[in-house]
Ligand binder design. Sequence first.
Ligand code: C5P
Length: 243
Amino acid sequence: MTASQAKAPSALSPRERLIVALDMPRVEDAERLVDELGHVATFYKIGMELAYGGGLAFASRLAAAGKSVFLDLKLHDIPNTVERATAQVARLGANFLTVHAYPQTMRAAAAGAAGTDLKLLAVTVLTSADDRDLAEAGYALGVQALVRKRGLQAKAAGIHGLVASAAEAAALRAELGREMVLVTPGIRPGDADAGDQKRVATPAQAIADGADYLVVGRPITAAADPRGAAEAIVREIAKAAAG
Ligand code: C5P
């Protein structure tokens, strides 16, 4: 068990609250970045791109090396498949796994993770979807109402936390209380390029809105000095958490 996994969010150090997104196709590049960041980063997110390019074996190696690992695989399938896939991910030694926030899927994943150290995060509504996209897909609810409904359903299904934009974090925190973990992507330090992210927040804003963990990709991975960029974000988290 790693340090960040054993602790309540409130007991996490600023460094443990930073999750670096390894959004790259090649394991060699991810390994190089992890080496370069050294002790500055303790938690890494591996998404579908790297997972389908050898990233699952790499996830196991990272976990064995004492890093915390977030597998962002967004599972959604029939309950039997989700339960068994979740149990496989637990065997890899990952700390966090994402599933889509459908009640059936969340209950199956919770059953698959039972008795293991794996924590589940639900993705309520993808941040790429707006009200029109939901209507097109046949939903009667808009984004805000569906995020709220699925947040409550995640809690009822025994899910550990939610992935939410900083814009959603404050409302979810008020609705769900302290015990659910909130993991927030779309983080941009003041001087960074937003890229394709539409709803961005600074590390300090995200912490103030109730985020426990911040997922940061390009502001670190595409920086000329990734280690310096990660150190600056950890400093900002420390300042916001103290204030
Ligand atoms: O490079 P950037 O900091 O924008 O990366 C953010 C990471 O968080 C990416 O891995 C992206 O897939 C992920 N993410 C997101 N929005 C969500 C869920 C995950 O940006 N709602």
